[in-house]
Design a protein around this ligand. Sequence first.
Ligand code: JHZ
Ligand code: ZN
Length: 403
Amino acid sequence: METSCRICSGPVKGSIDLGVQPRGNAFPKPDQLAGEFFYPLIVGMCDSCAMVQLMAEIPQEVRYHDEYPYRASNSTVHSEHFAGVARRLLRTELTGHDPFIVEIGCNDGVMLATVADAGVRHLGVEPSQEVAALARSKGVRVLPRFFDEETAGEIRAGHGPADVIFGANVIAHISHLDSVLKGAVTLLGPNGVFVFEEPYLGAVVEQTAFDLFYDEHSFVFSVSSIRAAARLFGLDLVDAEPLAIHGGSMRYTLAKRGARLPTAAVGELLASERARRLDRPATLVELNRRAERVRDELTALLTSLRADGKRVAGYGAPAKITTVTNYCGIGTELIPYVCDSTPSKQDRVVAGSHIPVVAPSVFREDRPDYAVLFAWNHAKEIMAKESDFAGRWILYIPEVHIL
Ligand code: JHZ
Ligand code: ZN
């Protein structure tokens, strides 16, 4: 299978095949299972610009509808992280006269609430109504739209140039990334910056985190691919900063061409990516092999626990659980339920594998022998919260192991 790159039109060959998958965040109600949507989840890397991308494209309106269930504030660690991001931007970039920040995909206002509290001019661009309402309830101003070049032009006409455009776990979701980058050029002031943080290809490869691939992640970025994309559209990559969040992310800072000098980190990370062959499609082929091993070991473990009469539950229903359970063919016979603290996911099921999502109180009362930690990126927070759990944790990242 071959397609052309969404960024540079170069050739993209499929290297990772995660099978036929439903949407990661669909979480249908038990009476909504007829006619579930499936697509082939195949991932490739562009031979020319090294951008890792999904071969299929799921329309954004289908993904980010009004009941989009993910709540960015649902983890204490994440809430603190984004409040910290806001404080830092207020200190470093939003210091001039009447500064202005735009956030693409502001979700429930996890970052902009701190900006709003500081009385700084801001606008969240968020198409999903339920999360937008939560943001508004925190005093955040929201434009209910998808961000692209046209929206950027309208925002500039109505509010003036932006000092900062920010996005977290959303820029890699946008298949028209070219239009977003053009929009950034339109909307930013001469010394403005486009800052975004997204799961990092280096972390995905290093940890065999194949579950980071699902319909929402149209791309998985690296310093090399973002530098190439920025250049194509009149921007420079001027900083890159590794982050621990979401199991390993990278924060990229783009500025208008020639406006700022790149930091030393950019060159260092590019060299390290070349050494780790993160710009080579063969790296994805190898990742595919390791994902197959995890799949075989995880299903073998769960099957043998079932044969031994052990009771196993799932913990956390991140979008990632959809990829893992559908790829591995894990259904209710191996994991009868999964608990998650997000009310908008409870009393629904994981798309495709149909594992019911219940409240954490059910897990605490049920006291299973084992719990598969699907929200593995929140391991510390969850294990501290569940310190009374007397069973054992099963992790499948970076490889299948029992704690
Ligand atoms: P979590 C998110 O994906 C959202 P997901 C998005 N698709 C994206 O791009 C990536 O991040 C990068 C639950 N939980 O954060 C809450 C508990 O039950 O890993 C969540 O449903 N108890 C935009 O969905 C899930 O786990 C807890 O104590 O993979 C974690 O989802 C905690 C801390 C979490 O994101
Ligand atoms: Zn390309």
